[in-house]
Structures are given as structure tokens and as C-alpha cells.
Write a protein that binds this ligand. Structure first.
Ligand code: FRU
Length: 484
């Protein structure tokens, strides 16, 4: 049974959707094949799971504002990653243990039910934060009943303690939580449970100031720990890293440590942190293992920073979206990210140019244009410098092993800003997904990814290719159908 407060919040949120529906839907920056909130602010993907065949994807949602606040969980479901249904609101901040936000968390199947583990965010009368790891349960995957607090804050941490990710290993349940220790270092904290009800605090698996890892952030958000091809991978979003050369250029980063998890010693022995994405907007990703055995990742196409509220969509009462799903594989040295195969089902007819040469010139290529497209480029030669300019707004350019993405700053007089990444080898291929106000670039078959929001003029569909010296390449392009 939903409480009166819960029903009231649902009613208010649904009224907000109705109130702004026409305005939101008329925005030319609405996306075609990405998840968005119907109104308000969307942030982290949550509760990503395939349950009884159906994929469920929840998201952090603030229906009443385009700023952060007391979050709800919105909910999408799909059978095939191509057709998505926007379900009823999953969770509202209606209880004493989550009244200032049903914060991020994960989903797990157990006993024929779908369980959601999330963080209840509370601010007490003095404005001090409290956090509780909470549980909700569903029989049908759509209607959820809150069960209350499952894990209270253990000793040794501040109340920045959130984002539980739960998984099963043999007969034992594990939960990893993002945390800040009392000495203000970011940590990933492990719990276990034999009965799915009592959770034992095992300790820190790794964190800032642990093992060989020096100062590495004051808070770690959204941890996700899984095994992939014999490696344990900890995906995490540390806050407080300083920019270092071309790395860590955004306000906050998301990336991973790869290594091996010793469950007895509660220790992840791991190598260096590597960013998952080198674009302007990518944060708080979450993965799931589907019934086909694929490890699939979806991230938030945003970063909490001082400029996020300068995005033009806030005029129309919405902000942010999620990334396309990416399949993760391990190539022996690093994670490789590949757009999920099902996305090919969205393709219309192909436009193919098998050999294009541009020499000291800038050119359009016949048929290569549009705002809801996938573009594949394979390079035979880049003699000096090659660039793709999109809609007189964003550009991607390559020279001497370095790929640069540029776009106008959301504020600061629209001054051009850059993100740069040094590739391990030559540029061999680029796979671009463009969707009205988003750009996702998969470089050299997913060795690097750059994800960004873009806000070009709505009517501009032009893409131009520039080469200094000679560049020879092939292009394939598909228009992509939306999933709404
Ligand atoms: C990450 C995050 C999480 C938190 C959620 C609140 O973006 O700050 O740590 O649970 O957003 O919306």
C-alpha cells in the first residue's frame, strides 16, 4: 500500500508532466533514441537489470525543477533495447528515511521478486545529512513497496555513504557502497549477507589512501564491482581529482580499477585508474549482466558542475539524458566499450562511400548529414590532420596521435573548449552516434569513448570533413529511428 504522502508526491509529479508536456516535447533538443525524464532533471541511471526477460532501467529524477533536489526514481522498460516504455514512477521520497531524496542504487532478482536497493537521503533539522541504505520490493517489476532501512551507517565514515550496488557470488550476497571515511577520503565499502536481510560490514576494498593509491578524491560515488574475463573491475566516480595533463578534465570523473578481489582479506588489488570516457559529459555509470552474459553499461550524460544549469533545455523545463548502452569486454589490458548490438535495429538504409580522398580541403560528402544518425569512418591514411565539423558547433580533430573534441562553452561567452585524448596507436576508426543534442564517439573499436551534449542550431544538419595533407577513408551512415 502506498502512503498518503507517496500518493500525493506521485500526483504532483504527474501534474508537472502534464503541465509542461507540450513545451518539453516541442524542444528541438529532445533526443530520439536516448532516455530522458518527461520533465525536470534526470541524473544517474539506477537499478539496471534484465528481470524475467525484460530490461529495466531506472533513473534519478527531480520532477519539480531542472536543478538537483529530493530525487524520485523514474522507470523505463524494454524487451529489446529498441522499444522502450516509460513506466509509472517507481519510488518517491515519501518516508522518514528518504524524505530528501531516493538516491542512487541497484536492482537484484531474488525469490521471484525484483528488489531495489537505494540510498535514503535525509537532512535533519540542523541541515545535517543522514544516509540509509534502503530496500523496496516488487512482484510485477512495476509497482514497488518500500521495506525500509536495510543498512545503517557503520562507524568510521561520514554520512556521505551511498549508492549501493548488490550482486550474488555463489550463495552469498555482496553490496558495495560509495563512501567517505572520517578523514575525508573516498572509499568503496563492502558488505555481505547470507540471508539477504542482515548485512555484515566487511570494510574498505580500496579507496583514496589505501594500498598504493595516494590521495584520490574526497568521496567515491556510484561504485559497481563485477568480474569480467577473470578480472575484477571496480567502476567508480571519484570526486576531487585534480586535472592531470589531458586526464580528469571534467569537474568529476568516472572510471575503473582492474585487478583481483580477495574476498577473505576484503581487498581489491588493482592497477591504475582509467577514465571510461573522455568527453565533456559522462558520469555515474552503472552496469548489469544480462541473460546473454553481456556486461552492459549505461551512464548519465552529465557531470555535476557549475555550468550544467546553463544548458538551453532548462527554458523548456527539462535537463540531461542517459548514454546509449555499451557492452564491456576486457582485451587483456583495458576495457573495450562497444555500442550494444541491438542498436543496429534502429538503422534505416545505409549510405556508403567506400573511398574518399580529401587533400588540403574542406568538403561535405553526399548524403552524410542529419541529427539522428550513426556514422562509421575507417581510415586508410591521415597524412597530417583530419577533422569532422558538426553543425558549425562541435568538431573532432586528429593529429599526431591526439584526438580533440571541441565545442562552445555553455557560458563564458561561448568560448571554444576542448577535451583531448592521446590514443594508444594511430586513428583507425571512428563510430559516431549523433542524436539532436548529443554526440557519442567510439574510437578505434571502443578503446576510447568521448560523450558530450551539443546544442547546435536546430535546422543545421551539415557535417564537413577537413584534411590538411591527404586523408583517405570510407564512410557508412545510417539514419536512426527513435525508440519512443
Ligand atoms: C551521483 C549522485 C549519487 C547520488 C545521486 C543523487 O551523481 O550524487 O552519489 O546517489 O547522484 O541524485
Amino acid at each position: 500500500m502506498l502512503s498518503e504522502r507517496d500518493l500525493e508526491l506521485r500526483k504532483l509529479a504527474n501534474e508537472e508532466i502534464e503541465k509542461y508536456k507540450d513545451k518539453v516535447e516541442a524542444d528541438p533538443y529532445r533526443l530520439n533514441y536516448h532516455h530522458m525524464a518527461p520533465v525536470g532533471l534526470l541524473n544517474d541511471p539506477n537499478g539496471f537489470i534484465q528481470w524475467k526477460g525484460t530490461y529495466h532501467l531506472f533513473y534519478q529524477w527531480m520532477p519539480f525543477d531542472t536543478d538537483h533536489g529530493a530525487k524520485f526514481w523514474g522507470h523505463y522498460s524494454s524487451e529489446d533495447f529498441v522499444h522502450w516504455k516509460h513506466e509509472d514512477i517507481a519510488l518517491t521520497p515519501s518516508d522518514w528515511f528518504d524524505e530528501n531524496g531516493v538516491y542512487s542504487g541497484s536492482a537484484i532478482a531474488h525469490d521471484d521478486h525484483l528488489y531495489l536497493f537505494y540510498t535514503g537521503n535525509v537532512k535533519d533539522e540542523k541541515g545535517e545529512r543522514e544516509s540509509y541504505q534502503c530496500v523496496a520490493v516488487s512482484e510485477d517489476g512495476v509497482n514497488f513497496e518500500k521495506k525500509g532501512v536495510s543498512v545503517y551507517l557503520p562507524e568510521g565514515y561520514t554520512s556521505h555513504f551511498r549508492d549501493p550496488k548488490v550482486w550474488k557470488e555463489g550463495d552469498t550476497w555482496y553490496m558495495v557502497v560509495g563512501a567517505q571515511s572520517e578523514d575525508l577520503q573516498g572509499k568503496a565499502v563492502l558488505f555481505k549477507s547470507e540471508d539477504f536481510s542482515e548485512w555484515e560490514h566487511l570494510g574498505v576494498v580500496t579507496g583514496s589512501g589505501e594500498g598504493n593509491l595516494g590521495g584520490f578524491g574526497y568521496m567515491w560515488e556510484c561504485p559497481d564491482l563485477f568480474e569480467l574475463d577473470g578480472k575484477h573491475i571496480l567502476v567508480v566516480s571519484p570526486q576531487g581529482l585534480e586535472a592531470e595533463g589531458m586526464q580528469f578534465a571534467n569537474t568529476y570523473q568516472s572510471g575503473y580499477f582492474a585487478g583481483s578481489l580477495d574476498f577473505e582479506k576484503v581487498r581489491l588489488n588493482h592497477g591504475d585508474f582509467r577514465e571510461l570516457d573522455r568527453g565533456f559529459e559522462f558520469y555515474a555509470p552503472q552496469t548489469t549482466l544480462d541473460e546473454k552474459g553481456r556486461r552492459i553499461l549505461i551512464g548519465w550524460m552529465g557531470v555535476p558542475d557549475q555550468y550544467e544549469q546553463a544548458q538551453p533545455t532548462i527554458e523548456n523545463h527539462w535537463i540531461h539524458c542517459l548514454t546509449i548502452p555499451r557492452e564491456l569486454t576486457w582485451n587483456g589490458e583495458q576495457l573495450i566499450q562497444t555500442p550494444l548490438d541491438e542498436l543496429k535495429e534502429m538503422r534505416g538504409p545505409v549510405i556508403l562511400h567506400s573511398s574518399i580522398t580529401i587533400e588540403n580541403d574542406q568538403k561535405a560528402v553526399r548524403g552524410i548529414e542529419g541529427k539522428s544518425i550513426e556514422l562509421n569512418l575507417e581510415f586508410d591514411e591521415i597524412e597530417n590532420q583530419f577533422a569532422i565539423e558538426m553543425f558549425q558547433y562541435a568538431s573532432l580533430s586528429y593529429k599526431d596521435g591526439i584526438l580533440t573534441l571541441s565545442r562552445p562553452h555553455f557560458e563564458e561567452n561561448q568560448k571554444t573548449e576542448f577535451r583531448r585524448v592521446e590514443l594508444a596507436g594511430e586513428l583507425k576508426s571512428l563510430r559516431l552516434f549523433i542524436d539532436h543534442s548529443s554526440l557519442e564517439v567510439f574510437v578505434n573499436e571502443g578503446e576510447e569513448v568521448l560523450t558530450s551534449r551539443i546544442f547546435p542550431q536546430a535546422e543545421d544538419e551539415h557535417i564537413l570533413f577537413t584534411s590538411l595533407g591527404t586523408s583517405t577513408f570510407s564512410i557508412e551512415q545510417w539514419k536512426l529511428k527513435g525508440f519512443q
